[in-house]
Design a protein. Structure first.
Length: 54
């Protein structure tokens, strides 16, 4: 579905790489920082079908 419907103006799908590690404060912080970076520079990520965090 993502390959078929993706276009240069599509928002990316963010995927947490290791959900079972979200209880670790350092891992959560890295995930949060990466998400903030993506949101701040969203134009650079438009059209990317999937981005794995972190």
């Amino acid at each position: 579905m993502m390959r078929e419907e993706n276009s240069p103006s599509s928002l990316p799908v963010l995927t947490i790489g290791k959900v079972d590690r979200l209880y670790e404060p350092d891992y959560r912080e890295r995930c949060a920082n990466r998400i903030v970076e993506i949101v701040m520079y969203i134009n650079d990520y438009m059209g990317a079908s999937r981005i794995f965090i972190p």
